[in-house]
Design a protein around this ligand. Structure first.
Ligand code: G6P
Length: 371
C-alpha cells in the first residue's frame, strides 16, 4: 500500500500533489492553436446550445461546491441564468425545466444515486443533460446527452481533491464553450481566459511548494473544537468546501459563510481563540477586497485566531492576520483553483495530527449509491 501511495502517508496527499497534472490533463486537447475551444465530445448541436436559456447545475457534496463556483463564471461569460442545487433537493421540488434548459450534472464517480435520479428527472422533463464526470463509462455519463470528462485519474481518498479542481476546470470550459458558440464574448476574450486556464497547473504547483508552513499550522490546530471559514464571491463556495473538508476528515464542527453575512449571525460565535479562515479576493477587486479585509479586522477584534489566504503582494491583510497563506495572483473567477489547495492540506494535516484515518473517514463513503 505504501508503494501505491507513491511515498505519501495518505492517498489524499498523493492526490493533492497530482493536481497540477490532473488540471493539465483536463485541459489537454480541448483547444486549437488559436485558443478556441474544441469540445467535440459534447455531442449537443451548436443549435441546441444556442437555444439554451437557463442552466441548472446539480450535484452532491464537493461536486456541488464546484457547481456553486461555476455559476459565477458561466453567468458572467454567457449571461445565461444559472441555478445550482443539491441533487437530493432538485428532484423533489418540481423545478421549472423544458427543452431549452441545460442541466449540468457533476459527479466524480458517476454513480451517486441522488445525482442520477436528478438527471433522470431532468430528462423526463425534456431538458438536455451534460455530465461532468471523472469515471469513464459510469452510469451518469452513460445516461446523459453529452459528457465532458475530467481527467483526474482514479481518486481513492474519500474526500475529493483533484476531482474537485478538475471539475472546476471542466465547468470553466463549459462556460467558455457556450460563450464561444453563442458569440457573446469576442473570440479573443475567450482565448485570453483559455490562456489563463493553461497557467493554472503552474500556479497550483507553486502553492504546493509552499505547504510546509500550512502543515505546521495544521498540527498546531489539532485541539480546535470548531472553526469558521469566510469568503465572498467565488471564495464563498471555497469557504464552504474548506469547512466540509474539515468536518469530513477532522470531525471538527466547521461552517462556511459568505463574509458579507458576518454581522448577520456568524460573528456571534467568535470568541477568544476561535480559528477563522478567511479567503481574500484579489486586490484588483478593490471594493470586495477592502470589505473582506475589514471582516478579518472585525473577527480579530473579538479574539479570533485569523488564518488568511491572500495573493502574493497583498500587504493589507498583514496587520490582522495571525497566519498568512500566500497564493499566486490569479484572475478572480479562476482563483478557487488555487485558494482551495491550502484548505485541503490544512484539513488533511489536522485530521492526521488528531490520529484519524484521512483516506477513510468514519461514516462516509467514496460514492453514495443509495438515496
Ligand atoms: C460522497 C463523497 C464526497 C463527494 C460526494 C459526491 O459524499 O464522500 O467526497 O463529493 O459523494 O460524489 P460524486 O462522485 O457524485 O462527485
Amino acid at each position: 500500500a505504501a508503494a501505491e501511495k507513491g511515498g505519501f502517508d495518505w492517498f489524499m496527499l498523493k492526490e493533492i500533489a497530482e493536481q497540477p497534472r490532473a488540471i493539465a490533463d483536463t485541459l489537454l486537447g480541448r483547444t486549437d492553436g488559436q485558443g478556441k475551444l474544441v469540445l467535440d465530445e459534447v455531442r449537443l448541436t451548436d443549435q441546441d446550445l444556442r437555444d439554451v436559456d437557463k442552466i441548472f447545475v446539480v450535484a452532491c457534496g464537493t461536486a456541488y461546491h464546484a457547481g456553486l463556483i461555476a455559476k459565477y463564471a458561466i453567468e458572467h461569460w454567457t449571461r445565461i441564468p444559472v441555478e445550482v442545487e443539491v441533487a437530493s433537493e432538485f428532484r423533489y421540488r418540481d423545478p421549472v425545466l423544458d427543452r431549452s434548459t441545460l442541466v449540468v450534472v457533476i459527479s466524480q464517480s458517476g454513480e451517486t444515486m441522488d445525482t442520477l435520479m436528478a438527471l433522470r428527472h431532468a430528462k423526463d422533463q425534456k431538458a438536455r443533460v451534460l455530465a461532468i464526470c471523472n469515471a469513464n463509462g459510469s452510469t451518469i455519463p452513460r445516461e446523459s446527452d453529452a459528457v465532458l470528462y475530467t481527467h483526474a485519474g482514479p481518486e481513492v481518498a474519500v474526500a475529493s481533491t483533484k476531482g474537485f479542481l478538475t471539475q472546476l476546470v471542466a465547468c470553466y470550459l463549459v462556460g467558455l464553450f457556450l460563450a464561444q458558440i453563442r458569440g457573446i464574448k469576442y473570440e479573443d476574450e475567450v482565448a485570453a481566459v483559455v490562456a489563463e486556464l493553461h497557467r493554472l497547473p503552474e500556479a497550483v504547483a507553486q502553492v504546493l511548494e509552499q505547504m510546509e508552513p500550512v502543515r505546521e499550522l495544521g498540527r498546531s490546530m489539532a485541539e480546535a473544537d470548531r472553526m469558521l471559514f469566510l469568503g465572498r464571491h467565488v471564495s464563498f463556495p471555497v469557504a464552504l468546501e474548506g469547512a466540509l473538508k474539515l468536518k469530513e476528515l477532522a470531525y471538527i464542527h466547521a461552517e462556511g459563510f459568505a463574509a458579507g453575512e458576518l454581522k448577520h449571525g456568524p460573528i456571534a460565535v467568535v470568541d477568544e481563540g476561535t480559528p477563522v479562515v478567511v479567503v481574500v479576493p484579489p486586490r484588483a477587486r478593490d471594493l470586495l477586497h477592502g470589505k473582506v479585509v475589514s471582516n478579518i479586522q472585525e473577527v480579530r477584534a473579538r479574539g479570533a485566531r485569523t488564518i488568511v489566504i491572500a495573493e502574493e503582494g497583498d500587504e493589507d491583510v498583514v496587520p490582522y492576520a495571525d497566519h498568512v497563506i500566500r497564493v499566486p495572483r490569479t484572475p478572480t473567477l479562476l482563483a478557487p483553483v488555487v485558494t482551495t489547495v491550502p484548505l485541503q492540506v490544512l484539513a488533511c494535516e489536522i485530521a492526521d495530527s488528531r490520529g484519524f484515518d484521512v483516506d477513510q473517514p468514519r461514516n462516509l463513503a467514496k460514492s453514495v449509491t443509495v438515496e
